[in-house]
Design a protein around this ligand. Sequence first.
Ligand SMILES: [Zn+2]
Length: 330
Amino acid sequence: MWRKTRGLSRESACIIAIVVFILLAVVLPAVSVKKNAAPAENDPMPEIEFSISKLPESGDITVWVDGNYKKMPMEEYLVGVVAAEMPASYEMEALKAQAVAARTYTQYKRDHGGCSAHPGADICGDSNHCQAYMTPQEMADEWGSDAAKYTQKIVDAVNETRGQMIYYDGEEIQVFFCASAGGRTENSENVYGKALPYLVSVSSEGEETSSHYYGEVTVSRETFIKKMKAFSPGIKFDSSQIIGKITRFESGRVESIEIGNETFTGREVREIFGLNSANFTVKADDSITFSTIGFGHGVGMSQTGANAMAKKGADYIEILTHYFTGVTVK
Ligand SMILES: [Zn+2]
């Protein structure tokens, strides 16, 4: 990290210093960091203060990140998770909802044997396995001149929800979230095969303006057949239509789709063709075109939906109790 830093401009180095400073300040237990206690009126230095003396200490967790095991305080880790999992430009209440969701997810993992891919770690930084994580250096690189502002915002989201988690029947829930639910979230059993009472389909409004809401993938007939054969070598396209009957869940996502002489789930087709979601329509002529709405599996909290709710004045508890049915946040 430091070798890299030496090559950076003074401005970048300064931003990184600020990011590191904020992170250090927030995680030191029972310490109030205050600069310029009595600033002169024209003092150019902003006053930075974190009142963390009243906050409980957070225990350390072991994170597998960038090929190493790293021990760090839970709340410091969560800053890196929220930074990686949700755009920092989102509303404060949406970021707070994400912070509580990330904390709950982490605690659940920890209480259930940790990361299965990296024995000895409570959790890993691989978004495809556990949850994404950004180092302070990565935040500084990603945000450029907004780094100090965004870091502070995320630190605040973590701090203001410190220690809070989502519970159902007194137990931490299994948290799921996605970028955009295409207007309606999905029952967990329709995606993961297991019904959970707090992961049931609910409306998700105000997502249409997000950049990934509408998606399209077009492949040639040849590619389509090649990819289907790679997935299911026994498939035949002889006499049957290339695309047959489609059934849908109540949310609109494809439950089953006949292709050639076989039937597939919407999830399988999403995977085969790299679709944004399993909520798609398909047009077959010279080429095959899938049109999707939403982005992700659709289970649990929609991040763009959370942001839309926050814009309309909902707080993070209202957001979480909307997307996770029957839960309490405390
Ligand atoms: Zn993992």
